[in-house]
Ligand binder design. Structure first.
Ligand code: NAD
Length: 328
C-alpha cells in the first residue's frame, strides 16, 4: 500500500509514521499542506489518504477519487469534517483513529490539582520573588467531593484515577456506566452542583450541550467551586463564568478549551492583536488557568493517531475489517 499524509507535522508525527511504515510494511509520502483542490495532485499514484481535521467535502473527495485514492483515514477521533456518505458513494472506506483516554483524563486531573493548589498564582508570585504564604492556601483533592459530568471513555477514566486519590465522587450522565457506578455515585445535576467542591466536564460538544454550564448552573453550585473543562469550550457560557469568578461563586477554573478558540490554537499568534476578549479576561484572573487545547497531546496519543489510521488503511487495502472504520 502507498499512503499519502496531508497536514503532517514534521516535528512529531513524521517519526511515528516512518516507524509504522517500516514495521507494518507500507510506502508513504507526505506534505505539511492541508488538502485542497489545488494540491490533490500530490496524492497521485497513492492508494490511500491520511488527513487531520481539515474539511473533506464532496468536491474534494471527487478530486481525490479521480486521482486514484481508494480509502481515507483521519488521524482524529472526530470525523464530522468528512462527508462520509459521499465517500462511501464513491466506494471509499473511511476510518478514524481513537486514542487512549488516559492522556486527556490525566491532564484534567492535573488541571484540577493545579487549580486547587493555586499553581498559577504560585508561579506568578515566585517570578516576582514573593515567597510568602498569604493568599496561597490550597485545598487538597483527597478531601474534596468531585463531580464528573459525562462518564464516557475519558470521564470514566477520570473517575477511576480520582478514586485512587480518595476523593468522594459524584457523577452525572444520561447513560450511566455500571463500572463507574462502582466508584462514583450517580446523582441528578442539581445534586452534583450542590455537593461538589470541584466539577470536571467530559461531555461532548453537541448542540444541545451548548452553555449547559450557564449562570443558572453556577448559582446552584457551592460557593468557591473549582471548574475544570478539558472537553469543549462551548459547554460553558464564558460570560457567565467571568461573572461567577468576579463574584467569588467560582473559586478557581482550569480550562483546556474555551469558546471561540478556532484560529488561535495551534498557531503562533504571538505577534498579533487577538480578537478573543474572553480569553484575555480569563487569562488575567490569578485563579483561572487557560491552556491551548493540549490535553490530547502526548507521545502516546500522537503515536496512536498515526498507528491506528495507518492500520485501518492497511486493513481496507487488504479487504479486511477494522474496528476503526466509520459508517454514515
Ligand atoms: P465519549 O463519547 O466516550 O463520552 C461522552 C459521554 O458524555 C457519554 O457517556 C455521553 O452519554 C455523555 N453526555 C452527553 N451529553 C451529556 C450531558 N449533557 N451531560 C452529561 N453527560 C453527557 O467521549 P470521550 O471520548 O470521553 O470525550 C469526552 C469529551 O472530551 C468530548 O467533548 C471530547 O471532544 C473531549 N476531548 C477533549 C480533548 C482535549 O484535547 N481537550 C481530547 C479528546 C477529547
Amino acid at each position: 500500500m502507498k499512503l499519502f499524509a496531508y497536514a503532517l507535522r514534521e516535528y512529531d508525527e513524521l517519526g511515528y509514521l516512518d516507524a509504522c511504515a517500516r514495521e507494518m510494511g507500507f510506502e508513504y509520502g507526505w506534505t505539511s499542506e492541508y488538502p485542497n483542490l489545488d494540491n490533490v495532485g500530490l496524492a497521485r499514484g497513492y492508494d490511500a489518504l491520511c488527513i487531520i481535521t481539515n474539511p473533506m467535502p464532496a468536491d474534494l473527495l471527487d478530486a481525490f477519487h479521480e486521482e486514484g485514492i481508494k480509502n481515507l483515514a483521519t488521524r482524529t477521533i472526530g470525523y464530522e469534517h468528512i462527508d462520509v456518505a459521499h465517500a462511501y458513494k464513491l466506494g471509499m472506506r473511511v476510518a478514524n483513529a481513537p486514542y487512549p483516554p488516559e492522556g486527556v483524563a490525566n491532564y484534567a486531573i492535573m488541571l484540577l490539582l493545579m487549580a486547587q493548589r493555586k499553581v498559577k498564582l504560585l508561579s506568578r508570585q515566585s517570578l516576582a520573588q514573593d515567597f510568602g504564604l498569604h493568599g496561597k492556601l490550597g485545598k487538597d483533592i483527597s478531601t474534596s467531593t468531585v463531580g464528573v459530568i459525562g462518564t464516557g471513555r475519558i470521564g470514566a477514566t477520570v473517575v477511576r484515577h480520582l478514586a485512587g486519590f480518595g476523593c468522594r465522587l459524584l457523577a452525572y450522565d444520561p447513560y450511566p456506566n455500571p463500572e463507574v457506578a462502582k466508584l462514583a455515585t450517580y446523582v441528578d445535576l442539581d445534586t452534583l452542583y450542590a455537593e461538589s467542591d470541584a466539577i470536571t466536564l467530559h461531555a461532548p460538544g453537541l448542540p444541545e450541550n451548548r452553555h449547559m454550564i450557564d449562570a443558572a448552573a453556577f448559582s446552584k453550585m457551592k460557593r468557591g467551586v473549582t471548574i475544570v473543562n478539558a472537553a469543549r469550550g462551548m459547554l460553558i457560557d464564558t460570560q457567565a463564568l467571568v461573572g461567577a469568578v468576579e463574584s467569588g461563586q467560582v473559586g478557581a477554573a482550569a480550562l483546556d478549551t474555551i469558546e471561540h478558540e478556532e484560529d488561535l490554537y495551534y498557531l503562533d499568534r504571538s505577534r498579533d492583536v487577538l480578537p478573543n476578549r474572553d480569553r484575555s479576561v480569563l487569562m488575567a484572573f490569578p485563579n483561572v488557568i487557560v491552556s491551548p487545547h493540549m490535553a490530547f497531546y502526548t507521545a502516546e496519543d500522537v503515536e496512536a493517531m498515526i498507528r491506528n489510521s495507518a492500520s485501518a488503511l492497511l486493513a481496507f487495502e487488504r479487504g479486511e475489517k477494522t474496528p476503526f472504520e466509520v459508517r454514515h
